[in-house]
Design a protein around this ligand. Structure first.
Ligand SMILES: O=C(O)C(=O)C[C@]1(C(=O)O)C=C[C@@H](O)C=C1
Length: 281
């Protein structure tokens, strides 16, 4: 059987690199050396919906970056969809290049890239291209499509993307912190396989003092470590939030099971995205 894996496209994105890494992992770790085909989608939301609608078997999406934090499109869409489970996490080093067909750096007037990539290079851009307009694109490789027709434009994407589209690199690396890395989730409609991490999200019944205390206490009193908490607006009311939590624990453990059962009583809506392990590369 061949597995189809959706990712943010076009070819050459970091999400594609993560999907390729996961495909290689499947070949190495499954007894039948599972082969996969990669399917690019124009946005992270469309990638996730493709999995939810059964157009593809799996999707690989960015979740969190070491410089810029959470990828809100991923969290918001996962909450909306409801049926996707995390199969695996993987962390990829992210090293950005400035790519352009301009003859001199001084000629550059505009820089295109994915908002996450622009943010990860903010300091470098302020120092080196302070007057240049920054324009957001759906992905780093989509940004490269402007370069052919706009000779005073540049884009931020990977070295791999530059070589794929045979475009010159002007500077590399340009991310503000050298250890820049992004965590990706592999999701599907299948139940999660289990592993040392569990991710979930919930909304709270009302906006009143202490409403978060009880949910957090449930984990603390069982010695369950929380590795991340992130709030996202519900989008319904100003000041109304959803909370996304990652636990360093497996939902099969008795203590986690009982915490999650109790948690349901203190939340309005609770979504458990599953337990999974991390492939560190
Ligand atoms: O645009 C890309 O190449 C992506 O894969 C998206 C994305 C992101 O959304 O975080 C992935 C990794 C990097 O952090 C920068 C951009």
């Amino acid at each position: 059987m061949k597995l189809s894996i959706a990712h943010l496209g076009p070819a050459g994105t970091y999400a594609e690199a993560a999907a390729t890494a996961y495909a290689e992992y499947l070949v190495k770790t499954t007894p039948e050396s599972l082969k996969s085909s990669l399917c690019p989608y124009p946005s992270i939301a469309q990638t996730l919906w493709a999995v939810a609608k059964g157009e593809v078997h799996l999707g690989v999406v960015p979740v969190e970056n070491s410089i810029e934090g959470s990828v809100s499109m991923t969290l918001d869409t996962l909450w909306q969809i409801d049926t996707l489970n995390i199969q695996q996490a993987l962390v990829l080093p992210i090293s950005h290049a400035l790519i352009s067909l301009a003859s001199r750096q001084e000629d550059i007037q505009v820089v295109y890239s994915h908002p996450q990539a622009l943010a990860q290079c903010q300091e470098w851009l302020n120092q080196n291209l302070p007057q240049v307009r920054q324009i957001a694109t759906n992905s780093t490789t989509e940004a490269l499509q402007h370069l052919d027709t706009e000779r005073t434009a540049c884009a931020i994407a990977s070295e791999r993307a530059a070589s794929l589209y045979q475009l010159p690199i002007i500077a590399h690396p340009i991310n503000d912190y050298p250890d820049n890395c992004t965590r990706f989730w592999v999701v599907s409609l299948q139940p999660s396989p289990g592993g040392n991490y569990t991710s979930l999200a919930f909304s709270v019944p009302e906006n009143k003092p202490g409403v978060l205390v009880k949910p957090l206490q449930l984990f603390a009193e069982r010695g369950i470590n929380m590795s991340r908490i992130e709030s996202r607006p519900t989008k319904r009311l100003l000041g109304d939030y959803l909370f996304f939590i990652d636990l360093e624990a497996n939902a099969c453990e008795e203590s986690v099971k009982s915490a999650l059962t109790e948690l349901a009583a203190y939340t309005k809506q609770l979504k458990i995205f599953g337990s999974y392990s991390i492939i560190d590369r």
